[in-house]
Design a protein around this ligand. Structure first.
Ligand code: BG6
Length: 507
């Protein structure tokens, strides 16, 4: 059966003049559904932290987009739960604003007429999560904890005290804990009450189409496996660069920093997908086993193999950007790292001796997440590639662009036309937009759907999370010095020393 798409979204034209809904008209019909998913079983969704940044920017738009695709439960409410004193009407009005700014589609009035009344709100000190659960209409529920890690233990206690464990699935957001010991404590608390199949630990990178495609690219083509090892690969780079600063999240970010915010989760998950062995089957258990196995082979990172940085004032795209210490909510003496570069090594037969370089930072020149697989040079140089820098001569590399401009490209040498033999790197390229004529869906849509559907494939298993902390714990125990870098540059010069005679891929 094809997913039941919400019929109203196909209509064109209406008059809209009630709360918060623009008088907007779709100019084209939505494309036909190409997937065969069904709505998850009837259930309520309790959104803890419903007035926060994540709910507003990502979760509420994802609920709406799933609804348009016929992929929300047919029955069940969206129960907002947070500290703020507000009411159903305001919650709904704000939801329409979130949808307008965060959804992939416009706000269709007829769709909202159907979905809007399913949104209700309970303020925490009005009666706690027990009251929120009284608004539920179904025996089953998904409790989504869109709250900072420090607030999680108290809410878990509330869930238990109100006898809500049975019939609930819990979604947790990273970072899971603060270091190895706190992650372990959180895990003990969770496992006292919930079984592992009730717990969904989100790393939203795993919900990205381009990240899932790494598995298909590697294991759906016989070609790459032949060269996917130390025999042909010189090194791998993983870049998660952002041009935004800590901005409005600075108070939260200052307690976290780039290592916990990006490396512990998103970057190590990318590394695991790139380096894992082919799973025996495409099942959640098999994939999670392989992912954990490779993280266990990852050598704990020594402080001398890491570079930390913090941005100072600078320019991005001609606009002046303030330094991290000038951001609102950041203490003047903060040593929080906004940039991390790491050299990692995997001690197994496939990867021994192949360095994996990871770098991430805020206020870098552009937003780009990508993987560069750099292949070895030919053993004998038959031709001079005159005038090219060493980096350009290492022509065989594969770039997997996670975002933006999603796609994959392969560079190789070609003969420059002419009477002499001169070579130049050229590019073969796949672009999502061109090949599939569609923009990838938001990661949170996929993950929210899977959590409601009880499919754990794209969620992290507890052993995987703990191992990621273990690998980074030496840097938490003995953090490297924090080097300044100007906003709008690619991080501190020490990161160039870390990569040695190789070069960071330029964009
Ligand atoms: C989040 C981090 O997990 O990922 C943010 O907390 C970061 O600091 C964000 O900006 C990046 O996500 P994306 O999907 O824009 O790459």
């Amino acid at each position: 059966m094809t997913g039941v798409r919400w019929e109203g979204a196909q209509t064109t034209g209406w008059d809209a003049d009630h709360d918060g809904v623009e008088d907007a008209r779709p100019t084209t019909a939505l494309p036909a559904s190409s997937f065969t998913l069904r709505p998850p079983v009837d259930q309520d969704l309790i959104l803890v932290g419903a007035t926060g940044d994540l709910a507003r920017r990502k979760l509420i738009p994802a609920i709406y987009d799933l609804f348009l695709d016929g992929l929300m439960p047919n029955n069940g409410r969206i129960i907002g739960y947070a500290r703020e004193e507000t009411d159903d009407e305001t919650f709904r009005l704000r939801a329409t604003n979130s949808i307008r700014s965060g959804s992939r589609r416009m706000l269709f009035e007829e769709a909202w007429k159907e979905l809007g009344p399913r949104f209700v709100y309970v303020a925490r000190n009005r009666g706690g999560i027990g009251l929120a659960a009284k608004y539920a209409t179904q025996p089953q529920r998904l409790i989504y904890l869109a709250i900072p890690p420090a607030a999680v233990p108290a809410v878990l206690d509330e869930i238990r005290e109100n006898d809500l464990i049975e019939g609930s699935r819990i979604v947790l957001e990273k970072p899971f804990g603060f270091d190895l010991a706190s992650a372990q404590a959180l895990d003990d608390q969770l496992r006292q009450h919930f079984s592992e199949d009730q717990i969904f630990r989100i790393d939203h990178y795993l919900g990205k189409e381009t990240v899932q495609n790494i598995a298909v690219f590697r294991f759906g083509n016989a070609l790459w496996e032949r060269v996917w090892s130390r025999d042909a690969i010189d090194h791998i780079q993983i870049t998660v660069a952002e041009s935004i600063g800590a901005g409005g999240r600075a108070a939260f970010y200052d307690d976290v920093g780039a290592l916990r915010d990006i490396v512990q989760n998103h970057a190590l998950q990318l590394l695991a997908l790139l380096a894992m062995e082919p799973p025996a089957r495409f099942t959640a258990a098999a994939l999670r086993d392989e992912s954990s196995r490779v993280l266990h082979a990852l050598r704990p990172i020594r402080p001398e193999d890491a570079v930390f940085g913090q941005y100072t004032a600078g320019n991005i795209d001609g606009t002046r950007a303030r330094g991290y210490l000038e951001e609102t909510g950041v203490p003047e003496t903060s040593r929080t790292e906004t940039y991390v570069a790491i050299r990692a090594e995997i001690d197994n037969w496939r990867w021994a001796g192949v360095p994996f370089f990871i770098r991430t930072g805020k206020r870098l020149p552009s937003r780009v997440t990508e993987v560069l697989v750099s292949f070895r040079e030919p053993p004998v140089a038959l031709w001079e590639s005159a005038g090219l820098e060493a980096q350009e001569r290492r022509s065989n590399h594969l770039v997997i662009r996670i975002q933006p401009d999603e796609g994959i490209s392969l560079m190789f040498n070609a003969k420059v036309p002419g009477p002499e033999i001169a070579t130049r790197p050229v590019q073969m390229r796949f672009r999502y937009g061109e090949s599939f004529m569609t923009e990838p869906a938001e990661a949170y849509e996929r993950l929210l759907y899977d959590a409601m559907d009880g499919d754990p494939m794209l969620f992290l298993r507890q052993d995987n999370v703990l191992r990621s902390w273990e690998v980074l714990q030496p840097l938490l125990d003995d953090p490297p010095p924090v080097h300044p870098y100007a906003a709008g540059t690619w991080g501190p010069p020490a990161a160039d020393e870390l990569i040695g005679d190789r070069t960071w891929h330029t964009h």
